[in-house]
Design a protein around this ligand. Sequence first.
Ligand code: COA
Length: 389
Amino acid sequence: MSEVGIEKMGFATTGLYLDMEDLARRRGVDPDKYTIGIGQKEQSVAPSSQDAVSLAAAAAKDALQGESLEGLDMVLLGTESAVDASRAAAVYVKELLGLPDEIRCVEVKQACYGATAALFWALDYVSRRKDRKVLVIGSDVARYGLNTAGEVTQGAGAVAMLISSNPKILSIEGDSVFMTVEAADFWRPPYTNCALVNGRYSMQIYVEFFSKLWKRYRQNTGKSAKDFEAFLFHLPFAKMGFKALKEVLKDEDEETSARLSKRFETSAAYGRRVGNIYSGSLYLALLSLLEGEAMDPGSKIAFFSYGSGAEAELFSATLKEGYFSQLSPSRHLKMIEERRRVDVDEYEHLFSDFPPSSPQDYACDKKYFSGPFRLVGIKNQQRVYEADE
Ligand code: COA
């Protein structure tokens, strides 16, 4: 198979964040539990005007800066924060970006695995149509609810990837292994906008899936941890990925363990501040690693994608010569640094101001408008978005 993979990447998050020490103090919890035990420092807070659509469009705009739209055939959006039970969020994204009508736009759902399913659909497509490209986006607002155990693992953001047969960042190999088993670790019934989660069980099953797939991957390929410069994980919170990484490190020598542990820390840096972005979170870890540390072209990277319910895939990729010139570390760090810190009262107010699940009209609070795209409100049961001029 000829080379296919990621040509360009983009990222977006909201303009507000909550500090996890502030949240811990308000909830009567030792701040070390949140910052060390769970491993989260901050979380992006989404006002109602920032949803899976507006964040996806912003990440796509970031990825497409300076790129020609020639050959773009599909927008595939992985999300579990659907804004409509029928219409794909990708259709709104296409309009906001002003993309031509000769395009396919589809939403892919399987919890946090959705963007990976979209990625493999895109890779198959561009390997058959070498002059075509696909935009794959993972975009979510992670909501567990005020005063819940999962609250510390919320967040909001999106990662967009341009997939082509000219993969200037990473070429993705055809060596993946995958599995699906029905499991009640995390789900969201249609009547609620917050996830339900058996948190400890989700950690257990995530590590189990990783161990099984890592074993199968090694049997299939004959590779070992020494062949990899980094392991990237779906990171709903940093500690979860670290638990899976320990499964790799337990059989490894000191040098391999030190290298993989250091790279894991770099890959978790953005996520510790942005929080859980569900389907985009594995790819935020990739961006965090590539923008946080110089690596040699040709380096092999392992990816573990996991979506509750539950489905997982383990695959590998190879870093391309000149990959760094395709990235924007200063722009992405600035997005994170320039968010405004909200206190717990303001966060709770924003969390509770969610569009109603009834036919009434709704207006988003203009005070919180930010980013290049926004949900303005709901009129006649239709979502109304706006873009910067
Ligand atoms: N200092 C340092 N660490 C501390 C601590 C302190 N004062 N107090 C507790 N901890 C540690 C615990 O030892 C534990 O670490 P461990 O997992 O290595 O054992 C960790 O902090 C969490 O403590 P725990 O008591 O398990 O927390 P919890 O019952 O509040 O739940 C989660 C934590 C992660 C299970 C919960 O936040 C959750 O359900 N999150 C969502 C999970 C999810 O998204 N799953 C699906 C996505 S794939």
